[in-house]
Design a protein around this ligand. Structure first.
Ligand code: NG1
Ligand code: ZN
Length: 541
């Protein structure tokens, strides 16, 4: 690594003199866009080192997901399309904390040595790697992409501009390239369209299958949060049409203005409010929202009183898990050897956890918030379903299982269904467009309207609050963030408040993406859930 080239690149994107650099949070770096160019430079640099260490392509996605348009951020993508491991998050923090150009050159050189890049390269006869940089449609993207590219280029590692991409598309691309599979954007749409044709057993040919029309369901209204997912959803739908799919989609909130502003999955899930532009949609219509970078998906139906019925990540996970369980019933004798698991966080509604246990006989695994934790757990199963309540999730299939299914796919319909599901569901990361196709497919296959889906289980009333505090880091948690171990008497207070409510459950944790403490409460009635959340908020203050 040539320190002069690192210093040169860094001098073009100097850090802000005042203000601390942002820490690596739940899903990468996030902050107001003006302070981010030096952070993106460092992300590019780190992704380049990672790609050399692995001898594979890595990625940098410039996005702040569901956060306001003025914010931006970076998600780092490892060689199998995964999020960076904790060890590399530490490296990222070290580079971002390096204020001066000299400090940066020294830190980068230290990581380079620690990873033994020079000797790896000699062994391979020269550097192998590459970094692909993509972005969402925020106005600040241009400069931040340049900064990331400069960070890569100063290492000599080849860089690729992917332009506008959804986060899951970029993860898909990195993973597919490194696996030697078709990786272009068109290949992404092809895979989804072909997978859907198989998963739906050619139901795609019908606009509205007769039996299904009887449950009163029609096309899907899609709220794209005015984000990058709008154009990509349209491209996907065009590809579905080409493949003969007659399903109706009505794509709304297609931007370019108003990103995440009272629209999108986060708004719908957290505010339980209709997105802008859906005020006059008929009661009971099937709608879904994705977030600003299209890695979250929630479904909803207007209730006719300006409110809505929500189908959050847990409800989506329950539907997917039921479908998988049903498919496995079609392969007796073999299915018992497959390990099927569902991964949730403490934000999962207690009723969903209960449904998975009692109705599906699954024992959900609980992890800390953040998809990287859920993903890791899910990957330990043959079929691992994971979803955060906010709608981020997917279904992972082990290589071993895929190989077994391939052997029997010609004689076994259920094996074909599962293989098709593995094609539709993004195997790298949660993907709103993948999830949407799979949900649409399952509802049609089951001849289910929203009513049937809703009736799988009834959510316990819940409430989420955010509390501003001077220093959110004073709150420390354990047991997958369900219990506080600091400050001292906080957990005792929460326990006492919970004990005063019927079926109460509550916890508080510092956010990893915003300067707030998040409170979650659920109880037998909405009034009790609300007052429990307020009590906990008071304890946190
Ligand atoms: P924080 O801010 O750490 O709660 C939020 C979400 C996460 C995850 C990240 C990344 C909630 C309660 N938290 O994290 O699930 O999606 O953003 O986008 O929704
Ligand atoms: Zn997102």
């Amino acid at each position: 690594l040539d320190p002069d080239r690192v210093r040169d690149a860094a001098s073009r994107f100097p850090p802000d003199a005042d203000g601390d650099p942002p820490p690596y949070g739940t899903a990468g770096f996030r902050a107001q866009a003006p302070i981010l160019p030096p952070v993106l430079l460092r992300c590019g640099l780190l992704a380049a080192i990672k790609s050399l260490a692995a001898g594979k392509m890595c990625g940098v996605m410039v996005t702040a997901s569901h956060n306001p348009e003025e914010d931006n951020g970076a998600k780092l993508i490892g060689p199998v399309g995964e999020m960076m491991s904790p060890e590399w998050e530490d490296y990222a923090n070290r580079l971002v904390a390096a204020g001066s150009d000299d400090q940066l050159a020294a830190e980068a050189a230290a990581i380079w040595r620690q990873e033994g890049i020079d000797s790896i390269d000699e062994g391979r006869g020269g550097p192998v790697g590459g970094v692909v940089v993509g972005c969402d449609n925020r106005p600040s993207a241009g400069l931040l992409v340049e900064a990331a590219l400069a960070g890569v280029a100063c290492t000599g590692v080849p860089v690729v501009r992917a332009g506008l991409q959804t986060t899951p598309q970029l993860h898909f691309r990195v993973r597919a390239r490194n696996l030697g599979q078709p990786w272009g954007e068109a290949d992404y749409y092809d895979r989804l369209a072909m997978g859907l044709a198989k998963a739906s057993r050619d139901l795609v040919g019908d606009a509205v299958p007769g039996r299904w029309a009887a449950v009163g369901t029609d096309g899907l209204l899609l709220d794209c949060a005015n984000g990058v997912g709008a154009a990509k959803a349209e491209a996907l739908i065009a590809r579905l049409r080409e493949a003969g799919c007659g399903w109706r989609f009505d794509v709304r909130n297609v931007g370019p203005r108003g990103l995440n502003d009272r629209v999108g999955a986060d708004h719908v899930e957290k505010q339980r409010a209709l997105p802008l532009g859906f005020e006059t949609v008929a009661k009971g219509a099937r709608c879904c929202s994705i977030d600003g970078d299209a890695d979250r998906l929630v479904y909803f139906a207007p209730d006719g009183k300006r409110g809505l019925t929500l189908f959050d990540g847990n409800k989506i996970a329950a539907l997917l898990a039921l479908y998988i369980k049903d498919a496995l019933k079609g392969m007796p004798g073999i299915a018992e050897t497959f390990k099927v698991g569902v991964v949730q966080t403490a934000y999962a509604n207690g009723a969903s956890t209960n449904y998975l246990k009692t109705e599906l006989g699954l024992q959900p695994v609980m992890t800390s918030t953040g998809v990287k934790h859920l993903h890791r757990e899910a990957a330990s199963f043959d079929v691992g379903v994971y979803f955060e309540a906010n709608g981020h999730g997917t279904v992972l299939f082990s290589n071993d299982l895929i190989a077994k299914l391939r052997k029997i796919e010609y004689e076994d319909e259920a094996a074909r269904d599962l293989l098709a599901m593995a094609e539709v569901m993004n195997q790298a990361v949660g993907d709103a467009l993948s999830g949407m196709l799979m949900v649409e497919c399952i509802l049609r296959r089951k001849v289910w309207g929203l009513k049937e889906w809703e009736d799988m289980y009834t959510d316990l009333p819940s409430r989420q609050l955010k509390v501003m505090v001077a220093d959110r880091a004073v709150i420390k948690t354990t047991d997958a963030e369900t219990r506080c171990i600091a400050p001292d008497s906080l957990q005792q207070g929460i326990d006492a408040a919970v004990a005063r409510r019927k079926s109460g459950r509550a916890f508080a944790r510092p956010s990893g993406t915003e300067n707030v403490v998040r409170i979650y409460a659920e109880a037998a009635s909405q009034g009790e859930a609300d007052s429990l959340a307020k009590d906990v908020a008071r304890l946190v203050h």
